[in-house]
Design a protein around this ligand. Sequence first.
Ligand SMILES: Nc1ncnc2c1ncn2[C@@H]1O[C@H](COP(=O)(O)OP(=O)(O)OP(=O)(O)O)[C@@H](O)[C@H]1O
Length: 221
Amino acid sequence: MVDHPAVQVNGVQVSYGSTPVLVDAGLVVPAGAGVCVTGDNGVGKSTLLRCVSGLQQPDAGTIRVFGAEPGGAPEFWRAVATTVEPPTWYPGLTAREHAELVCRAHGQDPEDAGVDEALARFGLAGHADAIPPSLSSGQKQRLTLALALLRPSSLLILDEPEQRLDPDGRAMVAEMLAGYLSTGGSLLLASHDDKFAVASGAELVTMERLSRPAPAEPEES
Ligand SMILES: Nc1ncnc2c1ncn2[C@@H]1O[C@H](COP(=O)(O)OP(=O)(O)OP(=O)(O)O)[C@@H](O)[C@H]1O
């Protein structure tokens, strides 16, 4: 795994109908590094992250995650934790039980993995026995990120992790992500908050720099 970049994107094209969104997009996230893609609403950040997460097939181009095609194999999902898709909550399971489930699925003892400490770090100690649908949108986002960081992984792919978080929450998550990078993890983010991304230890890359501009629509005569 360490011989390959965490993420390598070459010549990726994605169109929705006849509208090109990614045109010859290229990106490298070296193993152990963090990259944050930035850019205006609708520029294609989520589309790129979905493709890297193996949740969407590009029309053309290649994507490699630790040297392999994304999405196809259980090894990919063991190495990659992503919040690109909104989480599905299990009916009737509490926040703590979701965390315990995630640990067990990854072969970790929940107590050894520090479930209660993780919930406390994310400001959810008082909500451990609540079911996720009853949490506020910011608390749900905190739980989603806590679960992604609790399980072992080599690459985190996070789409706007700062969304719905208050300033303290943003600072805490940025610190957690910087800690993840300092222990050898790799990070691919999309974000509208440059300060948050930099505090997370990610290098900022604009979508405009990743993609050749889409050809201009022919003017009507
Ligand atoms: N499933 C889809 N079908 C059709 N068009 C889509 C689809 N998904 C995205 N698009 C379009 O593709 C473009 C890029 O969307 P995308 O969500 O990748 O942008 P983004 O940079 O992540 O935006 P934001 O900053 O608002 O989250 C937008 O114009 C959007 O309307």
